[in-house]
Design a protein around this ligand. Structure first.
Ligand SMILES: Nc1ncnc2c1ncn2[C@@H]1O[C@H](COP(=O)(O)OP(=O)(O)OP(=O)(O)O)[C@@H](O)[C@H]1O
Length: 315
């Protein structure tokens, strides 16, 4: 792979898309930087696909704009070399073999058959490249879609639900592939509904809720803000510890005779107070909320906000 230029990025400014009186994407601004994997998260109908379609010019914004490398993608003279896209894994002609499907796309973009063979190898399709795409499993279809996205050795890669239908090995393969593309300086945007997978794959996460931006931060920042962060303690002095901690606020939830989950009080303070009061701790563990918990907390708030401020239906 060639080194991508450092200024390659996707930038959305006040992006809005309405279908009739339904606003699918509202006033969305974000940047997807080179050298990172950026995850696009959001519940069904949040506007992820609509945003991705606007990035690649398949849908026109109602207002606002989105640029790739400083200009609208539709104006690109060599689209496949600039942006690799997986938007609909079922887009391949079912009667064509995987190799022929890729050759058709390649030849109409001035890409050699040698490159077709390279992406077939890269995506692990070697053994099935001569089979008809219509007979493929969802997972194999995903690989063909990803192979097509990589044909032009693009600097920007946009993948909508790339691990959908893949087995655990395939999921790991996508993770490694996108990480290596980012390490190579490429700009990678991918959507997924698999939160835990995203926390292992992405550097940054953009969360959408009902078409609006809910969060745009690193995975670590989103996890740190999650409500679910707590401290687990195991001690035979639980009652006494609870009495000492109670005036400090926070919440103490007993989960077993000698175990409790504490929120709102830092781990260090719990350790110092236990020590100062001669309470022996058998366990003191920081329990971090999973990305999934963080995600649900974020999107739940957005839905609550909208329910109390707007009357429009969710779909
Ligand atoms: N062509 C269209 N006409 C009318 N409404 C549309 C159209 N495309 C999308 N929508 C609506 O816009 C909203 C956002 O849809 P979108 O597919 O972008 O969400 P998503 O986050 O990708 O969800 P999913 O994960 O279910 O694909 C939804 O309410 C959807 O019904």
């Amino acid at each position: 792979m060639t080194k991508a230029t450092v200024d390659t990025m996707i930038e959305a400014r006040n992006l809005t898309k309405s279908y009739g009186d339904k606003t699918a994407v509202r006033n969305l601004s974000f940047r997807v930087e080179p050298g990172t994997v950026t995850g696009f998260l959001g519940p069904n109908g949040a506007g992820k696909s609509t945003t991705m379609r606007m990035i690649v010019g398949l849908d026109r914004p109602t207002s606002g704009s989105v640029t790739v490398n400083g200009r609208p993608y539709v104006s690109s003279s060599a689209p496949l070399h600039e942006v690799g896209i997986l938007l609909d894994a079922k887009a391949a002609h079912p009667g064509r073999t995987a190799r022929n499907h890729l050759r058709v796309i390649a030849s109409s973009n001035g890409i050699s058959n040698r490159r077709v063979d390279e992406v077939i190898e890269l995506t692990g399709l070697g053994a099935v490249a001569g089979k008809r795409v219509g007979k493929f499993s969802l997972g194999m279809g995903q690989r063909v879609g990803i192979a097509a996205a990589l044909l032009g050795d693009p600097k920007v890669v946009i993948l909508d639900e790339p691990v959908n239908g893949l087995d655990p090995e395939g999921v790991q393969w996508v993770r490694q592939m996108v990480r290596s593309m980012a390490a190579d300086g490429r700009t990678v945007l991918l959507s997924s509904h698999l939160m835990e997978e995203m926390s292992k794959t992405a550097d940054r996460i953009i969360v959408l809720g009902k078409g609006e931006l809910i969060a745009d931060a690193s995975v670590a920042e989103i996890l740190a803000q999650a409500d679910g962060n707590s401290v687990r303690v195991r001690t035979n002095g639980l009652d006494r510890l609870a009495q000492i901690l109670a005036p400090l606020g926070g919440t103490i939830t007993t989960t077993a005779a000698d175990t409790a989950e504490i929120t709102g009080i830092p781990l260090e303070q719990i350790a110092e107070l236990a020590s100062a009061n001669g309470i022996v701790l058998y366990e003191l563990t920081a329990v971090q909320a999973s990305l999934e918990e963080a995600f649900f907390a974020l999107t739940h708030d957005a839905v609550e906000y909208r329910t109390s401020n707007h009357t429009e239906s969710s779909r």
